[in-house]
Design a protein around this ligand. Structure first.
Ligand code: SAH
Length: 465
C-alpha cells in the first residue's frame, strides 16, 4: 500500500488552498463539501461555486507564510512548479497535511477518485499511477452500488444502538444486518418507505429467534490460486462465512476476499509432512462448529472433489446428520493448462484427458496411464513432482516413447507461475528444476506441443540416455 486511506473529519477545521488555477478552485469546493472552513489564497479574482452550504473565504493576494497559521490541511495549485514546491516545503515543515495538485511526490497526500452518496463514500487510490484507471474503477463501483445505499446507511445508524441492546451477540447482529440488506427492509428502503422499514425492523428486534439459523458447512473450491478464478458462488460463500477452515494451498490473495471478521483457521498439511491437522481433527472441528450454529466454509484448493478429500468429508458429515453444500472450483489442471496454453483435448490431438494422482502411484496405475497415452489421451498428474522420474521410467517401460511432450506447471495461475516443457526422457531432470517450489502439475501428451512454451528442438534425453 503506497498510501493510507483514511476519512478525515474536517468539520469546522481550517483548510487552505493556494493558487488561481481551476484545479485550486476545485480543491476549495471539495474541501468545502466536507464542511471545512476553507480559505482560498489567490492572486486572481474568482467566483467559487462550492455546491455546499459552506462558503469559501477568498483572499486575493499572493501567498504569505503566515497564511499557514492555524491551518490543518493545505492544497496547492499555483500553476508554477517552483512556487508549488516552495509552499509545500513550508507547509510540510509545520507538519501539515499537504497536497500538491499533479505532484503527488511533493505532498503528503493525494486525492482519491471518490463516489459520494451522502454518508456512504467510496475512495479509490491507484497510487497516482494512472488517473484513468481510478475513474474506470469508479464507474464500475458506481454501477454496482444501489442508489438507496445512503438511505440504508442512515437507517443502520438510526438502529445501531437498539440492535446492540437487543442482540448482544456479534453473530446475531451480523445476521440482523444481512437480513436488513437482503430482505424486505431493503426493499422498503429502496422504495423510500421509511415507516414501513422501521415497522419491520421493530418486528425483527422483538423476535430475534427468527434470525437464528442452524449452522451450515460449505465445501468450497478456491480454484488454482488466482482470486479472479473464484466462482461467484465461492465468493458469496466467503463473504458470509463466520469461519473459514482452509488448506495449505489456498493463497492469501483468496483469503483476502473473505469477510473481514471471519475467523480463519489453517488446517492444511503438506504432502509428506506429519505436522498440521489430521483429517479426523478437521472433520471433528467442522462438525463441532456447525453444531454450534456457525457458518463454516471449508475452503480447498482447486475443486473439493478432485484430490481434495471432499468426498470423505461429505460422507463423514452425512454420517453425523449434516448435509454439506459443495461449491465447485476450477481444478488445477484447468487453470494450469489455460496458463500454459495447452488445450487438454483437441480434435486433432487428444480426445480424452485423465486426471491422476502421482503421489503413491502404483505399477498398476502407470500401466493404465500408458494405455491412456497410447490411445492419444492427455495425462494431468497432480502431486507428481517428487515421483516424476519414477513415473517417466514406468511409462517408458510401459512402451511410451521418450520423446512424448511433457510440461511442468508450478504455481499455475499465480504471479509466480513457472512453466517448463520438454520430453518424457527429460521429465526427471526437468522436475529437479522445480523441487522445493510451489504446487506443481505435470501434463503429458501430444497437446503440449501446442503450447507457446514448447520448443521443437528440446529432446535433451538423447544426451542423457
Ligand atoms: N483439489 C485440488 C487438488 C489438490 S491436490 C484441485 O482440484 O486442484 C494438490 C495438488 O494439486 C498439488 O500437489 C498440485 O499437483 C496441484 N495443484 C494445486 N494447485 C496448483 C497450482 N496452482 N499450480 C499447479 N499445481 C497445482
Amino acid at each position: 500500500m503506497d498510501h493510507l486511506p483514511v476519512f478525515l473529519n474536517l468539520k469546522g477545521k481550517t483548510a487552505l488552498v493556494v493558487g488561481a488555477t481551476p484545479a485550486a478552485w476545485r480543491r476549495a469546493a471539495w474541501l468545502a463539501r466536507a464542511d471545512a472552513a476553507v480559505t482560498l489564497v489567490t492572486n486572481q479574482s474568482v467566483a467559487v461555486e462550492t455546491g455546499s452550504e459552506t462558503p469559501v473565504t477568498l483572499v486575493e493576494r499572493s501567498f504569505a507564510e503566515t497564511d499557514l497559521d492555524g491551518v490543518r490541511i493545505v492544497c496547492i495549485a499555483t500553476g508554477d512548479r517552483d512556487e508549488d514546491a516552495r509552499i509545500a516545503a513550508q507547509a510540510d515543515a509545520r507538519g501539515l497535511l499537504v497536497n500538491v495538485v499533479d505532484r503527488g511526490d511533493l505532498g503528503s497526500f493525494i486525492v482519491p477518485a471518490t463516489i459520494d452518496r451522502g454518508s456512504v463514500t467510496v475512495a479509490i487510490g491507484t497510487g497516482g499511477a494512472l488517473p484513468g484507471l481510478a475513474s474506470e474503477l469508479r464507474h464500475l463501483i458506481e454501477d454496482a452500488m444501489p442508489d438507496h445505499v445512503d438511505r440504508i446507511a442512515q437507517f443502520a445508524t438510526e438502529f445501531r444502538q437498539a440492535a446492540e441492546a437487543f442482540l448482544p451477540e456479534v453473530d446475531m447482529r451480523r445476521r440482523l444486518w444481512e437480513t436488513v440488506l437482503s430482505g424486505p427492509i431493503a426493499t422498503a428502503l429502496r422504495a423510500g418507505q421509511l415507516p414501513e422499514a422501521r415497522r419491520k425492523m421493530f418486528e425483527l428486534l422483538a423476535r430475534p429467534e427468527r434470525l437464528k439459523s442452524d449452522g451450515e458447512i460449505l465445501l468450497v473450491g478456491a480454484g488454482p490460486g488466482d482470486p479472479e478464478l473464484l466462482t461467484l458462488r465461492a465468493l458469496w460463500a466467503l463473504r458470509r462465512a463466520d469461519i473459514i477452515l482452509y488448506d495449505e494451498l489456498v493463497t492469501p490473495a483468496i483469503l483476502d476476499r473473505a469477510r473481514r471478521d471471519a475467523e480463519r483457521i489453517p488446517v492444511g498439511r503438506r504432502q509428506g509432512d506429519s505436522r498440521g491437522w489430521t483429517q479426523e481433527e478437521t472433520n471433528a472441528l467442522m462438525l463441532r462448529l456447525a453444531r454450534a450454529g456457525r457458518r463454516v466454509v471449508r475452503l480447498k484448493a482447486g475443486d473439493p472433489f478432485i484430490f481434495g478429500r471432499g468426498g470423505e468429508e461429505v460422507e463423514y458429515l452425512q454420517r453425523h446428520g449434516i448435509t454439506a453444500t459443495v461449491v465447485p472450483g476450477l481444478t488445477a489442471a484447468l487453470g494450469c493448462a489455460a496458463g500454459a496454453g495447452i488445450p487438454l483435448t483437441h480434435r486433432d490431438h487428444a480426445s480424452a484427458v485423465l486426471f491422476a494422482a502421482g503421489h503413491g502411484a502404483t505399477a498398476d496405475g502407470t500401466t493404465r496411464w500408458a494405455a491412456h497415452l497410447k490411445a492419444g489421451g492427455t495425462l494431468a498428474v497432480y502431486m507428481g513432482l517428487t515421483s516424476a522420474k519414477a513415473i517417466a521410467d514406468a511409462l517408458a517401460a510401459g512402451g511410451i516413447a521418450r520423446d512424448l511432450p511433457v510440461a511442468i506447471i508450478e504455481n499455475g495461475s499465480r504471479p509466480e507461475e513457472r512453466i517448463s516443457t520438454g520430453v518424457l526422457g527429460d521429465l526427471g531432470w526437468l522436475a529437479d528444476q522445480h523441487q522445493g517450489g510451489g504446487p506443481t502439475l505435470l501434463v503429458l501428451g501430444d497437446v503440449v506441443r501446442l503450447s507457446p512454451h514448447w520448443h521443437a528442438e528440446q529432446p535433451l534425453w538423447t544426451a542423457a540416455w
